[in-house]
Structure formats: structure tokens, C-alpha cells
Ligand binder design. Structure first.
Ligand code: GLY
Length: 239
């Protein structure tokens, strides 16, 4: 009975996660997710096939504008509605030149954004959480490393539509510093690691810059195998 017509948004999608104690908002480094299943943004939308941080596209000027036009007003509006919020807010932004639009909000970290954001956090996460609870975020250091981080998702053949689970996974020796996030895996009764979801593993590497992080992540992707495994080859190439 009701038709909703929405503006078709084009531009660059940037995810900004932010800590808040209900008053102060402290954004984390901005990241970019790759939502389509295949290289060059082809195929269906997924939960995310890979991420990188920081986003070079998200300039300090843009960050300042988003703080004024999006982040602070969001927290203020929740307070005005009598729904003060403490924790992590996820701002899914679409940025097209001068236009900044909010595509989605989540009251949580992002996946796979968190995989590339938290490794760059220098400050103690527990202290930050505590300051969100205590309402003292304004005085809490939230510092970030200079480098970059890349996460490549290894997915099950057929994801995001139909895929089989239970494929044995083999993992070679990961290089020093690689973080391998298990998203859809499990161990069988006899101890075999097998696939148990669409997005199976997130191979995550830090580097001095995006190029180094990307090279390290992809070098380690090569050491993992399961039947039907696929991944995007262009994570972090389109900035
Ligand atoms: N990467 C999208 C999300 O966490 O919602």
C-alpha cells in the first residue's frame, strides 16, 4: 500500500566507527569496506569481502564536517529523545564530492571494519570502554598508529547465496604479525578445522602503508586453502 522512493546514492562508502559516552564522540580511524562479492565491485552485495584503514579518501576536512553535521547531531538527537547512548556507533557514510549521506547506523562495531581498525589503536581499549561507561571520554586518550591495515576475507564458494559448510581448511605457517580472524569456522569432534559459514576467515596485516599491508595480507592468503574458497584480489586498490 505504500511505496518508498529513495534517492539513488553514488560515491565512496566510508565506515566510521566511534566511541561515545553519550556526550563526547571519538571517531576511530575511518575504514572502507568492499561489499560486492567479486573483483571490481561485481556480483552481489555481501556482509563485506575485505577492508582497509585508514581511508585516504576521508580527509581531515571531511572528518571535521562529519563530526559537526553527523556524529554530534546523532548523539544529541538520541539524548533529546531520552535515549542516551554509550558505546560504539557505526556510521556508514556515502560521500560524493560535497554530499555526505548516512547510509546506515549500527550500535556496534563493524565486520570486517573492526579487523582493520582495532589493530591500529595504540591506547588501551579497556580504558576507553571504562571512560564511555563513566562519562569521561573527553579526558581519555584515544591514539592511533601511523600505519595501515588490510583484511582480506576468504569466503565459501556460492556465498552470499548458497554455500556448503564442513570443508576442511588447511592453514600454512602465517608470517609474523598476521592476524587470522575466524568468522565461520569450527572444529569437528576429531579436531579438524572446517568451514562453518559464508565468510570463513579474515587475513589481516599491518604495514607502514597500505601497499605494504596489502602485500603482506595477500602473501598469507596464498597459504590457506579449502574447497570452493574465493576472495577478492583488489582489496585496498580502489581508494
Ligand atoms: N561491514 C558492514 C557491517 O558491519 O555492517
Amino acid at each position: 500500500n505504500r511505496v518508498v522512493i529513495e534517492e539513488f546514492l553514488t560515491g565512496r562508502e566510508v565506515s566510521v566507527l566511534a566511541f561515545t559516552d553519550g556526550r563526547t564522540v571519538r571517531p576511530m580511524v575511518a575504514s572502507q569496506d568492499h561489499k560486492r562479492a567479486f573483483d571490481h565491485d561485481e556480483g552481489l552485495n555481501t556482509g563485506g569481502m575485505g577492508t582497509f584503514a585508514p581511508s585516504r579518501f576521508y580527509t581531515p576536512a571531511l572528518a571535521e564536517r562529519c563530526m559537526k553535521e553527523v556524529f554530534q547531531p546523532t548523539v544529541a538527537a538520541m539524548n533529546a529523545e531520552g535515549r542516551p547512548f554509550k558505546g560504539v556507533l557505526y556510521f556508514g557514510l556515502m560521500i560524493d564530492g560535497e554530499k555526505v549521506r548516512v547510509l546506515e547506523y549500527n550500535a556496534r562495531f563493524g565486520d570486517p571494519e573492526t579487523q582493520v581498525v582495532l589493530p591500529l589503536l595504540k591506547s588501551d581499549l579497556l580504558d576507553i570502554f571504562q571512560s564511555c561507561i563513566d562519562g569521561t571520554l573527553e579526558d581519555q586518550p584515544v591514539e592511533w598508529e601511523e600505519g595501515a591495515c588490510v583484511c582480506v576475507i576468504l569466503a565459501s564458494g556460492g556465498y552470499p547465496v548458497r554455500y556448503e559448510k564442513g570443508k576442511p581448511i588447511t592453514i600454512g605457517r602465517m608470517d609474523e604479525g598476521i592476524r587470522l580472524y575466524h568468522a565461520g569456522t569450527k572444529r569437528t569432534a576429531d579436531g579438524q578445522l572446517v568451514t562453518d559459514g559464508g565468510r570463513v576467515l579474515g587475513v589481516t596485516a599491518k604495514g607502514r602503508d597500505l601497499e605494504e599491508a596489502r602485500a603482506k595480507a595477500y602473501a598469507n592468503v596464498e597459504k590457506i586453502h579449502f574447497d570452493g574458497m574465493f576472495f577478492r584480489h583488489d582489496i585496498g586498490f580502489k581508494l
